[in-house]
Design a protein around this ligand. Structure first.
Ligand SMILES: NC(=O)c1ccc[n+]([C@@H]2O[C@H](COP(=O)([O-])OP(=O)(O)OC[C@H]3O[C@@H](n4cnc5c(N)ncnc54)[C@H](O)[C@@H]3O)[C@@H](O)[C@H]2O)c1
Ligand SMILES: O=C(O)C1=N[C@H](C(=O)O)CCC1
Length: 326
């Protein structure tokens, strides 16, 4: 039997996540299906029928490809270029009927600058890697290309500063899944309304993602920031991060077909005398929730650019507040 509890972690035996895992990895409830992504309905403020050019940086990766496919399904015009971190790469990737030409880093600025000339109303979407966040953002800002940053990590303060200094437009969110964003917002509001409400409680956090994920869950960090305001200090080094597929199947209970694309999170709080416990979970299978949210974000940002809105830097919460739910 696998035991992943590091010393001093106190997941209760009754934790449903662990119990399901130990009982043989049954599909976890609350798992959002990868199939049949829900298209956002037309609402007064939400995304109606609109089309504009969208360039997806990172089409060689999982999220980039999912977003490019979602863009085509939603009737956007996919600009047929994308980039790679390596000079020698497969030259094209097919997305639906479009062949996307992949360029190496040395061609980035020239190609993006031609795109900016040819498609003045383009929106760039970035799903690359944490160590590319800042350099990519600086280039988009230099060329005045509005962008949606879905890539996590990098230096977030510097990222916001680059956008502010350049007066470019950007929507930045380490989490594009709209229902998960709503949960994050509730946790933030909870902490604002009841600061210190959980003082003395003990927090354990476990996150599980596909083995290729390089960084710690940005979403977990966001939730932990709210718990800290609720009075629960947390050392990020204690977070249990699971990347091993066997452990994901046996202990976490990730369905086999989603081992290569999932984001499971468990937060467990216990009172000082162990008499009270709280548990929060958000478990995502597949990537459609992020891809659909990203397209809503791109539509939202396109509208803001067209209307010359003065705010210029947005979050996914701004998107929800303008009626892009569900
Ligand atoms: N915001 C969200 O909702 C959300 C959802 C899922 C993933 N993510 C984040 O998106 C990022 C990508 O995730 P993924 O699962 O697609 O990873 P992935 O490894 O499958 O894909 C990343 C791709 O980007 C390419 N790449 C790396 N550096 C590049 C650069 N400088 N220019 C162009 N391409 C580059 C890589 O070669 C790879 O093909 C991660 O940071 C992840 O945490 C965010
Ligand atoms: O699969 C990933 O990588 C994800 N990254 C984001 C994060 O780090 O929070 C969002 C969830 C999926």
């Amino acid at each position: 039997m696998l035991s992943l509890r590091p010393p001093h972690t106190t997941f209760p035996r009754t934790s449903p996540w662990l119990r399901w895992g130990r009982l043989g990895g049954a599909a976890a409830p609350h798992c959002l299906s990868a199939a049949a992504p829900a298209l956002a309905p037309e609402t007064a403020a939400g995304p109606g029928s609109v089309s504009f050019p969208i360039l997806v940086n990172g089409c060689t990766g999982n999220m980039g490809l999912s977003v490019a496919e979602a863009a085509v399904h939603r009737g956007l015009h996919l600009v047929p270029v994308s980039f790679s971190s390596r000079e020698k790469v497969k030259r094209t990737i097919q997305v639906e009927q479009t062949d996307i030409r992949i360029y190496g880093p040395s061609a980035r600025e020239d190609v993006l600058s031609s795109v900016a000339d040819e498609f003045p109303d383009v929106i760039v979407v970035d799903y690359t890697a944490p160590d590319s966040v800042n350099s990519n953002a600086e280039l988009y800002c230099k060329l005045g290309l509005p962008f949606v940053m879905g890539t996590t990590g990098g230096n977030q303060q510097l990222l916001y500063k680059s956008v502010q200094d350049s007066k470019n437009y950007a929507l930045i969110s380490p989490q594009m899944g709209k229902q998960v964003v709503a949960f994050l917002a509730i946790m933030r509001i909870f902490a604002e309304q009841f600061p210190g409400a959980f003082s003395g409680y003990h927090l354990e956090v476990l996150e599980s993602h596909q083995a290729s994920k390089k960084d710690t869950s940005g979403t977990a960090k966001d939730v932990i920031a709210s718990f800290e305001k609720l009075g629960v200090p947390y050392d990020m080094n204690r977070m249990v991060k699971i990347r091993d597929p066997d452990q994901q199947l046996e202990m976490v209970g990730v369905p086999k077909e989603h081992i290569e694309g999932h984001a499971f999170h468990l937060y467990h709080l216990t009172s000082p005398d162990d008499s009270v416990s709280f548990e929060f979970q958000h478990n995502v299978c597949g990537r459609s929730i992020y891809a659909e949210g990203t397209i809503d974000a791109a539509i939202f940002l396109h509208r803001k650019v067209q209307s010359k809105d003065c705010k210029r830097i947005y979050s996914m919460e701004d998107v929800l507040r303008e009626g892009y739910m569900p």
